[in-house]
Design a protein around this ligand. Structure first.
Ligand SMILES: Nc1ncnc2c1ncn2[C@@H]1O[C@H](COP(=O)(O)OP(=O)(O)OP(=O)(O)O)[C@@H](O)[C@H]1O
Ligand SMILES: [Mg+2]
Length: 206
């Protein structure tokens, strides 16, 4: 009999509150490596804040419970540790790409920064990896998209750029917050995402 795999992410009694207003009321969930888990709920039910809370990106919100990631309770982790975890170990495709992308930098520069800072690649290698990621997400011709600013992209193209950025470091876990809402319907079923391994995450036809 094979052993039950240890979860990569475990939330226990996970609560999120803004002041006196508790918006996530103690959820438990497990995600194993290579597993996909969908969080389903009506608008305002707390899907986004649950995910943002895992990355401790909620500013003034009060988080409680346990958030075990790969054996480490992220609620107890230092901010310096969280900076390593974000992007490198857990990446997120945000619900609103326009607020997540920096309007002042080109897509190429923002994507390259991930490789330069998180993976310490040389400029040339970073550029090659950027091109590869853009090709995988269907943003071709690559040169055009590398030099484009976020406002020069359509909503769906921005969402693809976000997906490319999230997958760049091959994270162990990908939090995908409605990652295909801006993609046209014919593309959505071709653009599936899973948690790990993160290589070849995006299915054909790209
Ligand atoms: N920064 C904040 N300050 C106060 N309340 C907030 C904040 N962010 C979210 N909320 C509240 O938390 C609740 C959950 O919001 P959340 O964005 O997680 O919903 P959701 O399930 O992702 O909804 P949707 O499907 O519309 O994206 C909502 O009632 C929202 O108003
Ligand atoms: Mg949401």
């Amino acid at each position: 009999m094979s052993a039950v795999p240890k979860p990569l992410l475990s939330l226990r009694q996970w609560r999120v509150a803004f002041g006196a207003n508790e918006v996530v009321h103690g959820i438990d969930l497990d995600v194993a490596a290579g597993e996909r888990l969908a969080l389903v709920g009506e608008s305002g039910s707390g899907k986004t804040v649950t995910a943002l809370g895992v990355l401790r990106l909620l500013g003034s919100a009060r988080l409680s419970g346990h958030c075990w990631f790969d054996g480490e309770d992220l609620l107890q982790a230092s901010e310096a540790r969280m900076q390593q975890v974000r992007g490198q170990h857990i990446a997120m495709v945000f619900q609103e790409p326009m607020t997540a992308l920096n309007p002042l930098f080109t897509i190429g520069d923002q994507l390259a920064e991930v490789f330069l800072l998180k993976m310490a690649l040389s400029r040339q290698d970073a550029w090659h990896r950027c091109a590869e990621m853009l090709r995988q997400t269907g943003l071709t011709p690559v040169d055009r998209f590398m030099g484009s600013y976020p406002h020069q992209l359509s909503g769906g193209q921005r969402q693809r750029a976000m997906i490319a950025m999230a997958l760049a470091c091959k994270p162990k876990l990908l939090l995908a917050d409605e990652p295909t809402t801006a993609l046209d319907v014919s593309m959505r079923d071709k653009f599936w995402i899973c948690s790990t391994p993160c290589k070849e995450k995006l299915a054909r036809p790209f």
